[in-house]
Design a protein around this ligand. Structure first.
Ligand code: NAP
Length: 241
């Protein structure tokens, strides 16, 4: 049996996902680099390999059933099982997200990627995860999905965004439901917030580096068997729901 830990990171061709792949690879893990565009994925894999990471590209659009099914087949062929799934791929949707004027397509698109995409990929990968001695699932969320923060006057929650922020609230709620169903298994599933990082997602306005943003995912990917499940964490600890 292959003793090397196997991970898959969705949306790993750039930004925080790339740094998560690099960080897991630095642990000596074999990392599937999920990328909806195969060329961008190959470029990221070449860069990771140059840094001595055992990386392979996994063409994967989280919104497409056929793409996800092909990704499962590829991971099975290349690794035989999956130890860690990081659901990192995400979008904000568009700049115009005032609730009273939003194009509902913007909301639907954000939910399709940030929530339904996570459910689609997780469920498809579960048979491979169940072959692992210590499976971990990490859902990259955001503190803008915290209803506690959103309803606390003065708390930093970014611009009004009726698609993006509620999609992360939805993702947090989904994470809790998975943890409840999987409580009697060895699978730990948690949501993580990377903080406000300079990436394409926000026009590189974030104040943290993508490497710093990756740290919480690395922590949740490497939890011990008695670690938490169904939680929401950032570098400081628990994030209020
Ligand atoms: P990013 O630089 O824009 O990267 C997003 C990644 O997701 C890219 O690889 C993108 O692929 C991929 N992606 C988008 N839609 C996809 C789809 N349908 N299927 C597969 N991959 C898809 O964003 P980031 O800042 O690194 O964000 C990573 C995660 O952290 C997201 O879930 C985001 O919501 C979360 N987050 C970020 C921040 C922040 O400040 N940056 C804060 C809180 C939470 P392409 O290159 O093909 O577009």
């Amino acid at each position: 049996m292959n003793e090397q830990t196997i991970a898959l990171v969705t949306g790993a061709n750039k930004g925080i996902g790339y740094e998560i792949a690099a960080g897991l690879g630095a642990l000596g893990w074999r990392v599937g680099v999920g990328a909806r565009d195969a060329e961008r994925g190959e470029a990221a894999v070449a860069k990771l390999r140059a840094a001595d990471v055992d990386a392979f590209v996994v063409p994967l659009d989280v919104t497409e059933d056929a793409s996800v099914a092909a990704a499962v087949a590829l991971v099975e062929e290349r690794a035989g099982r999956l130890d860690v799934l990081v659901n990192n791929a995400g979008i904000t949707g568009s700049a115009a997200q005032q609730p009273t004027t939003v194009d509902v397509t913007t909301v639907r698109t954000a939910v399709e990627t940030n929530v339904i995409g996570v459910i689609r990929v997780t469920n498809a990968m579960l048979p491979l995860l169940r072959r692992s001695p210590s499976p971990r699932i990490v859902n990259m969320s955001s503190s803008v999905g915290s209803l506690t923060k959103q309803s606390t006057p003065g708390a930093e929650t970014g611009p009004i965004a009726v698609a993006y922020a509620p999609s992360k609230t939805f993702l947090n709620a989904v994470t809790v439901q998975y943890a409840k169903e999987l409580r009697d298994t060895n699978i730990l599933i948690n949501a993580g917030c990377p903080g406000y990082c300079a990436t394409d997602l926000n026009g590189f306005r974030g104040v943290r580096t993508p490497e710093q943003g990756a740290a919480i995912a690395l922590r949740l990917a490497t939890l011990p068997d008695d670690g938490p499940t169904g939680g929401f964490f950032d570098d400081e600890g628990e994030v209020p729901w």
